[in-house]
Design a protein around this ligand. Structure first.
Ligand SMILES: [Zn+2]
Length: 64
């Protein structure tokens, strides 16, 4: 698991939910925005690249 998705139905300000990178087994506290298709987010700690499709997958399943 590299990405966690949380959606709070009561959170009306951001109905798109929240994404968190799971870095080496630990969920990070910093929320990540969905990156553009051609610019994946590269984690400076574990070096993994989080692509837009990973975020969309996490949005469907709750994780990716
Ligand atoms: Zn990482």
């Amino acid at each position: 698991m590299i990405l966690k998705y949380e959606y709070d139905p009561l959170d009306t300000e951001d109905a798109r939910g929240h994404f968190y990178h799971v870095c080496q087994g630990r969920v990070q506290e910093t929320e990540l925005p969905i990156p553009p298709p051609d610019r994946p987010y590269e984690c400076p700690h574990c070096g993994i690249e989080l692509e837009q499709e990973d975020f969309l997958l996490a949005q469907q399943r709750g994780w990716a």
